[in-house]
Design a protein around this ligand. Sequence first.
Ligand SMILES: Cc1cn([C@H]2C[C@H](O)[C@@H](COP(=O)(O)OP(=O)(O)O[C@H]3O[C@@H](C)C(=O)[C@@H](O)[C@H]3O)O2)c(=O)[nH]c1=O
Length: 185
Amino acid sequence: MTVTDNEVSKDSQLVDRAWNVLQDLIDGVVVREVRHVPRDHGVITEMYREEWDDTGLPVHQVYQSRLYPGAIGAWSCHQVSIDRLFVNQGHIKVVLYDGRPESGTFGRINEFHVGDMRPALVKIPTGVWHGLQNLGTTDALVVNLPTLPYQYEDPDHYRRPFDTAEIPYDWNVSGVSRVRSVKEG
Ligand SMILES: Cc1cn([C@H]2C[C@H](O)[C@@H](COP(=O)(O)OP(=O)(O)O[C@H]3O[C@@H](C)C(=O)[C@@H](O)[C@H]3O)O2)c(=O)[nH]c1=O
């Protein structure tokens, strides 16, 4: 194989020496990985601490979103409430798209694999589109601690179809997920 072959690409560094996945985060996105504490009769996993949370905003509500194997929940966005997602069961891919024209990372996409194998709290700022996919073979449970309680009469929830042309991301519905050409900034 000649390295000048057009379809060949060489990996850049993907993880650091502590196996942290390297990616330039969207402005305002925070990922706080935690570790399981196994013991004879089970596992303890911390999910949230005020000190991890740079919003400084209180927890008014906690809810759980169950995704069936293969399920995709995309795309959502909020204008006033910040999502603080913790995946505590299963394998969820969280994909974010910065839809804020005023942002220095406008157009950027982030992908995170979180859940049982990589428990983490993911903070998603307002204006950042987000989608979840359960890549596991069991139900996945996503806990959300939004900074504002759900308003039944007037939800702060904006949606785009999972296959919208406005977000350059193709979900893995046919075995292939990929970022389309991303125009940043
Ligand atoms: C968020 C929420 C929804 N609901 C109801 C309203 C709605 O008919 C039904 C499903 O809610 P949603 O359509 O918001 O669910 P969904 O589309 O799965 O989106 C949710 O998934 C997580 C991961 C997110 O990213 C959030 O944006 C959250 O909205 O549940 C509540 O009763 N209380 C709540 O706190």
